[in-house]
Design a protein around this ligand. Structure first.
Ligand code: FMN
Length: 333
């Protein structure tokens, strides 16, 4: 095996990323707290969850969106993902980001052209744009122009809408002509949603068709998968979604090519760090409530997980959750 193929620096437009591993945008997961942790574990890029380009205009003070978009220097390179169906909305949102004293420091702007959710596609946004490539091109051109070369604009799409319309190759070529700096392809169709198996042959075809950096995405769950995706498809980077939920150590494992997972103490420490950062961002009560969901992911497959999760449902204070975790850790040893 050629070990050098795996983790390596990656350039996206004017941006130099330390490595080619990325945390996928995930609604409900990719907040600042988790992005920071994944960055520390070795993700070279993290991306916020999707935020409505039009919604940004109605939230000039970022009261609603701040929790999704918050960035800081500790979180490394970070992309802001926008969704929408009106090119002007993207231009306005990007100007707003560039003008913002903190968001203006983001590393890139990513356009969502892959979301399969009915509410999004029914408005012509997300993966619906793969069925309206002319509109997708106008959005990409407007976004690239609005970013004025100050930030690379990237796109995340799927293989296509359904089996009968797998068009990622043509779509990627078109986006490259629009000035987009990189493309991520989730190797599933919209019809597949998150089921079935990702078809990595689409990744190889897209990579062969464009000279832009391409991130492959879909079904990478261990360092061997990341290695195989890079070698088999030739993509430049690997973007990881679900397998990183509650498992930020995956990035470290890919770097070291060693699948050893965290011990109970390490797991507890990261959960506590996540909780503390959520509390800073959202206040204690919301942080504890949100942490219950993350806990299920962090504790997946560990002894006593079900008992701890059940007990966590009843607590509202950070201190109580910390105590429960302490007890869980002792039981694990
Ligand atoms: C809970 C959840 C939320 C997601 N939210 C987003 C999102 O906001 N934007 C986006 O482009 N993709 C989103 N995705 C898709 C992921 O970024 C990724 O493309 C998909 O999960 C496939 O990668 P995986 O097999 O590594 O999980 C989401 C996926 C999940 C499971």
């Amino acid at each position: 095996m050629n070990r050098n193929l795996l983790v390596r620096p990656l350039g996206i437009g004017t941006l130099s990323l330390p490595n080619n591993l990325a945390l996928a945008p995930m609604a409900g997961t990719s907040d600042l707290a988790f992005r920071r942790i994944c960055h520390r574990m070795g993700a070279g890029l993290t991306v916020t969850e999707l935020v409505s380009a039009r919604g940004m205009m109605h939230d000039p003070a970022m009261r609603r969106n701040w929790r999704y978009l918050a960035i800081d220097a500790d979180a490394g390179a970070m992309g802001i993902q926008l969704f929408g169906a009106d090119p002007d909305d993207f231009a306005a949102a990007i100007w707003q980001i560039l003008d913002h004293p903190i968001l203006g420091r983001c590393s890139l702007i990513d356009i969502n052209m892959g979301c399969p959710v009915r509410k999004v596609v029914s408005e012509g946004a997300g993966c619906a744009l793969m069925q309206t490539p002319q509109l997708a091109a106008r959005i990409a051109q407007k976004a690239v122009a609005a970013a004025q070369g100050l930030k690379p604009v990237t796109v995340k799409c799927r293989s296509g809408w359904d089996d009968a319309s797998v068009n990622a190759v043509l779509f990627a070529r078109m986006l490259a002509d629009c000035g987009v700096s990189a493309i991520t392809v989730h190797a599933r169709t919209r019809a597949q949603m998150y089921g079935g198996k990702a078809d990595w042959s689409v990744l190889a075809a897209v990579k062969a068709a464009v000279s832009l950096p391409v991130y492959g995405n879909g079904d990478v769950t261990c360092w061997q998968d990341a290695d195989r995706m890079l070698r088999e498809t030739g993509v430049d980077g690997v973007m990881i979604g679900r397998a990183a939920q509650g498992n930020p150590w995956l990035f470290r494992q890919i770097h070291s090519q060693d699948g050893t997972g965290p011990g109970p103490e390490d797991r507890r420490d990261i959960i506590l760090e996540h909780l503390a950062q959520l509390a800073e961002l959202l206040g204690e009560a919301t942080a504890v409530r949100e942490m219950r969901r993350h806990l299920g992911q962090y504790l997946r497959g560990t002894p006593g997980a079900a008992r701890l999760r059940a007990a966590a449902m009843a607590v509202t204070r950070r201190e109580d959750l910390e105590n429960l975790l302490g007890e869980w850790q002792i039981r694990c040893q």
